[in-house]
Design a protein around this ligand. Structure first.
Ligand code: ADP
Ligand code: MG
Length: 282
């Protein structure tokens, strides 16, 4: 991995690495539509260092997915530039891993075959990746489930498989678009803790889209609040919590203070606050 130390180490100095891995400069997206153009993102600028976990937080419709899809090279910005590792993102790239709300596993394939699917698509030799797939599955707590089919797995387990699939070719950056929104509140909490632990181990750079303030505060090194009409970055705040993190951190008064501050920022930008960790509120 990168030579630079990961910020996801307990008590690591909160300094930005010299060269950011991802540079988003004045990015804008206007969708053409039958009812006229929709300005989904306006002048978003953001830099993300290697090993950082950054959440994009804001209510539905504020342009989070649009920005993430542009970072993935799946949507083309109508203005501005996106650079990953020094080269412009203009199409989907191998050094980007992506996870959506739905795990989208192939139902007829086993767990390990689903994890190896990108390797088949990329036509890389399977043998060396088979071992890596087993290691990843063990890391996410799915050792022994290699030959299960998706229908034999719970929703949380399926998302763990999707995480392994996104990590199999060791992408420079992992993009996650509300990956736990479809899970029940208890499973979602478990997945938040599991993801935090997994990311501490892999030290990956992550951009995590969510409309849950608590989820963003719990998982992230930095929380970027998107807001306004059209949407732009209204707050970019470093989370003052060490690692590893456990859900008990939510009992911490400092955590409560950060959550209130984020909520207030969102209220000021949008007039309303999004829901909490789960759909049922906080
Ligand atoms: P979020 O992920 O924060 O919920 P989106 O990025 O999905 O927000 O959407 C931002 C805005 O762009 C919304 O007003 C949405 O209706 C609009 N939008 C998203 N995708 C398209 C599209 N393909 N064509 C037209 N408008 C779109
Ligand atoms: Mg979205």
């Amino acid at each position: 991995m990168a030579a630079q130390p990961s910020p996801r180490v307990a008590n690591a100095p909160l300094t930005q690495p010299a060269a950011p891995l991802l540079r988003i400069a004045q990015v804008e997206k206007v969708y053409g539509g039958r009812q006229g153009p929709v300005r989904a993102v306006a002048s978003a600028s953001l830099e993300i260092g290697r090993g950082e976990f950054v959440s994009l937080l804001g209510p539905s419709g504020c342009g989070k997915s649009t920005l993430l899809m542009m970072i993935a090279g799946l949507e083309t910005p109508t203005g501005g530039t996106i650079e990953l590792d020094g080269s412009p993102v203009i199409r989907p790239r191998r050094d980007i891993g992506i996870i959506f709300q739905d795990a989208t596993l192939l139902p007829w394939k086993t767990t390990i075959e689903n994890v190896l699917f990108p390797i088949r698509i990329l036509k890389l030799p399977l043998a060396p990746y088979r071992e890596r797939a087993r290691e990843l599955l063990a890391m996410v707590g799915l050792g022994g489930f290699e030959n299960h089919k998706p229908s034999q797995l719970s929703g949380g387990m399926r998302q763990r498989v999707a995480i392994c699939r996104a990590l199999i070719h060791d992408p420079a950056i992992l993009l996650m678009d509300e990956p736990f929104s479809a899970l029940d509140a208890i499973t979602r909490d478990q997945m938040n803790e599991a993801l935090s632990e997994i990311m501490d181990k892999t030290a990956k750079t992550v951009i995590f889209v969510t409309h849950s303030i608590r989820e963003a505060a719990f998982l992230s090194d930095r929380v970027v609040v998107m807001g306004g009409r059209p949407s732009h970055v209204v707050l970019d705040e470093r989370m003052p919590f060490g690692r590893p993190r456990r859900l008990a951190i939510e009992e911490n008064p400092e955590f409560g203070r950060v959550v209130r501050h984020l909520r207030l920022t969102i209220e000021q930008a949008h007039g309303t606050a999004p829901t909490g960790r789960s759909a049922g509120g906080e």
